[in-house]
Design a binder for this molecule. Structure first.
Ligand code: NDP
Length: 791
């Protein structure tokens, strides 16, 4: 035993291992292998896969490889249980969620040790962060269970939710998925990651202990094939997935056209921006929490350090000094900072990426710490002088590797920070509050931490922009993902009309020679433009008489329109008051020309005078409604941690595609375009293909109402073909589609490229009532900005 005088000389920590006795005896009791948890009971163990302790490489358990038949049994149990669960009062469900929270708390130490043994994360993290947050999630959502009916009127539970989670926060991800699903009245089938199934199985025991009704929670262990079977099962109404962007994209494709709701929480390459006026010591501690927390195996890890040129060397020096003090080793030791990498495959992935970085000549720095001579470990690493094009700056390493580069100006910092396909999180360090908020607003990320990092709370939404996925987990934003609108009442849309027949129209030379061109043009970048194809199509009244010609837009026209929309991005930065004024002007001008628009509707659609006038009147009212809302659809301040303000800001998507149906050609267009532009988006609209002339008349209203060029772009033509181009276009951030089922399915499948958010309507709404907050909330994504206060 070390003598006190020696300890005082070196000030080294002695070993302080957490006891694993209870966990080991629990594992011993299950040495025959774990079954699946279906309908409130464990099945007999089936074909087993091995589960290892990554810190030692030892096999610690066997878990059952769930088959498609097992998934079917679990979904059947969940289907049976769901109506009764949903029929409980909110308070009835809340009691169950409270019970789960309390049982998690009672088993806190056990769960923390089990998580550490299964995953390799330091016990300090599983004990102080993961498990307390699990309990917090169940408590928070117990509250939502009581409130969901009054807070989300007009909605119902989605039904059976298939939930697939990764290995980096096994129990916490389970809580993030199960707590809101149950609170909202759903039942679940959850598949944990193959490397880390054990805390989910312990949670299944908690469900039994806490008296949760059978079938409400089902847990099926297995590999990616088990996950794929869950995604494919027809009895599942929603898939919630956390994991790699690659698998997220495959799931988007697999669920396309099935009607399954989907939320994806995917990878990231989050920037950690340090300005020259930052408190460097705090920023260095921030880096430790950003990239060495959980060995960097964190989707929102601050893995890209961007340091102001003037302080970069000082920052690196402080970082190296701090890295030399990080203790890597036995995760069960309470003084370990850096534990084990989850599995040899993940370690090899980190090593491969680092070899590729080394081949680019990058400069690596590591402290001379000795890693354990067994198990899966990788040392904390700093890589400096990294160019934006380097593989290490682009790819998610998912390991304890910080890549650093410098910037000169705030603009450059923002450009570098946003130079990624991801958009999950960001961290900004500066003592200047003005700069902090300005940069936070300009960062493309779902979560921004100011002078802090990697903070989570059940009351705050978490989720990404761009290829980091869509949907939020946590708080009000997360709960809505587990509700569906009350059953739609309308009829399904009939298949799109027969292909439009192209006619060449008049050539420019004929036109200049005195011919009269009646072709309504496209409207792109504030100008009337000829379609790229040079073709138009005849717009017919119900008796088949031609009432005009409309441009036959093609993919090139859509691309031009997206480019024009991108140039108008300052619309999103205009004050909401300015946007409101412009939209009032649109409404006023439409009102002033109501008679003309009604006549157009009558000749084009054959509507009665009364019906046409009513459609215009409702369109005017709707335009006023969204003009009024432009400066009132506020975000929220979430009650998260003490001494933090967590601002949930509604931000526009950027560029939205909007595909309109044939019926109510003016009203549907106004109902869809107005909320989108009121929230600051620029839009590319495909109007009714059969009755496009109300839309082409509408651009004269836009012209006279001070709508800046490029904010609304109109491309007429074959709706489903143009919708497909919009879905495939990586410059389009979100897409609303109203039309037939095949068109909707194609939109979902093709939107997997940049993982754009889609909103599909395949049953005919009552357009006279189609307005409200849902349209506004679909027109924004929420960014949560965490700001500490106090000295
Ligand atoms: P995956 O995306 O493969 O795994 C996440 C979950 O999805 C696991 O439960 C996995 O099962 C399951 N799964 C795998 N394939 C399918 C499929 N086709 N259909 C349905 N479910 C499926 O991530 P990995 O674990 O393979 O990690 C790879 C990389 O992904 C990491 O290096 C990291 O970069 C990133 N990642 C990101 C995470 C995040 O939080 N954003 C979390 C984890 C990883 P199984 O475990 O059995 O393979």
């Amino acid at each position: 035993m070390a003598l006190i005088k020696d300890i005082l000389r070196t000030m080294d920590y002695g070993p302080s291992p957490e006891s694993s006795e209870h966990v080991l005896s629990w594992l011993e009791r299950h040495k025959a292998g774990f079954g699946l948890f279906i309908n409130g009971r464990f099945t007999n163990p089936g074909a087993l896969f091995d589960v290892f302790n990554p810190a030692t490489g030892e096999r610690i358990a066997g878990a059952t490889q769930g088959s498609p038949a097992d998934i079917d049994a679990a979904v059947t149990a969940a289907r049976r249980a769901q109506p009764k669960w949903a029929a409980l009062s909110g308070y009835g469900r809340a009691k169950h969620l409270y019970a789960l929270a309390r049982h998690v708390q009672k088993r806190e130490r056990f769960l923390a040790v089990l998580e550490t043994i299964d995953n390799g994360k330091p016990i300090r993290e599983s004990r102080d962060i993961d498990v307390p947050l699990v309990a917090r999630h169940f408590y928070h959502h117990a509250g939502w269970a009581s409130l969901v009916d009054s807070e989300f009127p007009g909605t119902r539970p989605v039904g059976v939710c298939g939930q697939i989670i990764p290995w980096n926060f096994p129990l916490l991800m389970l809580a993030w998925k199960i707590a809101p699903a149950l609170a909202a009245g759903n039942s679940v089938v959850l598949k944990p990651a193959e490397y880390t199934p054990l805390t989910a199985l312990a949670f299944a025991e908690i469900c039994v202990e806490a008296g949760l009704p059978a079938g409400v929670v089902n847990i099926v262990t297995g590999d990616g094939a088990t996950g794929a079977a869950l995604v494919a099962h027809a009895g599942v109404d929603k898939i919630a997935f956390t994991g790699s962007t690659e698998v997220g994209r495959a799931i988007r494709k697999a669920t396309a056209g099935t009607g399954k709701k989907l939320s994806l929480e995917l990878g990231g390459k989050s920037p950690f921006v340090v300005f020259d006026d930052a408190d460097l010591d705090s920023a260095v501690e921030g880096v430790v929490d950003a990239i060495w927390f959980n060995q960097g195996q964190v989707c929102c890890a601050g893995s890209r350090l961007l340091a102001a040129e003037g302080i970069a060397d000082a920052m690196y020096a402080k970082l190296r000094a701090r890295m030399a003090k990080l203790r890597a080793g036995d995760p069960l030791d309470k003084s370990t900072d850096v534990g084990a990498i989850v599995a040899p495959v993940q370690l090899e992935r980190i090593e491969r990426l680092m070899r590729e970085g080394a081949a680019e000549g990058l400069d690596f720095w590591r402290a001379d710490d000795v890693l354990p001579n067994r198990g899966c470990f990788y040392p904390p690493t700093l890589v400096t002088g990294v160019e934006p094009a380097s593989i290490l700056a682009r790819e998610e390493i998912f390991g304890p590797v910080l890549v650093a580069s410098t910037f000169r100006t705030p603009d450059e910092a923002v450009a570098l920070a946003n130079n990624t396909r991801y958009g999950l999180a960001a961290s900004v360090w500066t003592e200047n509050v003005n700069r902090a908020f300005e940069v936070a607003a300009r960062l493309k990320a779902g979560v921004v931490w100011i002078n802090s990092t990697n903070l989570f709370d059940a009351a705050s939404g978490f989720g990404g922009y761009r290829e980091s996925g869509f949907g939020r987990e946590g708080g009000r934003e997360g709960l809505i993902e587990y509700r569906a609108p009350d059953a739609p009442k309308g009829k399904p849309y009939p298949p799109a009309a027969a292909p439009l027949i192209a006619s060449p129209g008049l050539t420019p030379s004929q036109e200049s020679a005195g011919g009269l061109d009646r072709t309504a043009k496209l409207y792109v970048g504030g100008k009337q433009t000829r379609p790229d194809s040079g073709y138009s199509y005849a717009v017919l009244d119900p008796r088949g008489n031609e009432v005009g010609l409309a441009g036959l837009g093609n993919p090139k026209d859509v691309r031009n329109a997206v480019e024009a929309a991108a140039k108008a991005s300052s619309w999103g930065a205009a004050t909401a008051h300015n946007r409101a004024q412009v939209l009032y002007y649109v409404a006023e001008n439409l009102s002033a020309r109501a008679g003309e628009f009604a006549r157009r509707l009558r000749t084009m659609t054959g509507a009665s005078a009364r019906a046409a006038e009513a459609e215009v009147e409702t369109s005017v009212r709707r335009a006023f409604f969204y003009a009024g809302f432009a400066d009132k659809f506020d975000g929220a301040i979430h009650a998260t941690r003490s001494r933090f303000v967590t601002l949930a800001m509604n931000e526009p998507w950027g560029i939205m595609g909007i595909v309109c149906p044939n019926e109510a050609p003016l009203l549907s267009l106004v109902s869809l375009v107005m909320p989108a532009v009121a929230m600051g988006n620029c839009v590319v609209v495909v109007p009714s293909s059969l009755h496009p002339l109300s839309a082409t008349d509408f651009y004269s209203i836009l012209d006279t109402s001070d709508v800046p060029a490029g904010v609304v772009n109109i491309v007429t033509g074959e709706t489903n073909a143009l919708a497909a181009t919009l879905a495939e276009h990586d410059g389009v951030d979100a897409l609303w589609y109203v039309g037939d089922h095949p068109g909707a399915a194609k939109v979902e499948a093709l939107s997997a490229g940049n993982l754009k958010a889609t909103w599909l309507t395949t049953t005919q709404p009552d357009w006279s009532r189609a307005e409200g907050r849902e349209f506004l909330s679909r027109a924004v994504q929420v960014k949560n900005i965490w700001t500490p206060y106090g000295e």
